[in-house]
Design a protein around this ligand. Structure first.
Ligand SMILES: [Zn+2]
Length: 159
């Protein structure tokens, strides 16, 4: 996995969520004004990803204009322009909602926080240390993993 970190503007919420699912540290806060976002990205050495040409051109060397439409196009553009080296072992290591790091937790610690069927049958659990959200592998999780592989790992030049 590369060590790239990102900050996404308010137009790129879906991209931010999927980058987090892939394991990236992504600042996404629509309440931040453009200049605040640019300042935080500079200070924290994050790549600023934005649809706003003026914001990108004034933001310094680590800023990328995302022009492609749709999630697949956005990720493809990122992969063309930046040296992304995504490691599937890092999938699902961050909270897609708040960017917190997830830690594995024992079943007993989350038994009261998830539906009873999940508490009894899920293989393992992880929890966001920031917002407390609990994650577990389920059918939805498998679909997301498949989408992550298609987005971030497939060779875009392959037929
Ligand atoms: Zn969280």
């Amino acid at each position: 996995m590369d060590a790239l970190r990102f900050g996404c503007d308010a137009m790129l919420g879906t991209l931010a969520r999927w980058l987090r699912l892939a394991g990236y540290d992504v600042l996404f806060d629509p309440a931040l004004a453009d200049d605040e976002l640019a300042a935080v990205c500079r200070r924290e050495e994050r790549w600023l990803l934005s649809r706003d040409r003026a914001l990108v051109s004034g933001a310094g060397p680590r800023a990328l204009l995302v022009a492609a439409a749709g999630l697949a196009g956005e990720v493809a553009e990122l992969r063309r322009r930046l040296p992304l080296r995504v490691d599937p072992a890092r999938f699902f290591t961050r909270c897609s909602r708040c960017n917190g790091v997830l830690a594995e937790v024992p079943r007993a610690a989350v038994a009261d926080l998830v539906p009873p069927y999940v508490a009894a049958h899920a293989e393992r659990f992880s929890r966001c240390h920031v917002c407390g959200r609990v994650y577990w592998p389920g059918t939805h999780h498998a679909r997301i993993a498949q989408s992550l592989a298609e987005l971030f790992l497939h060779d875009p030049t392959a037929p």
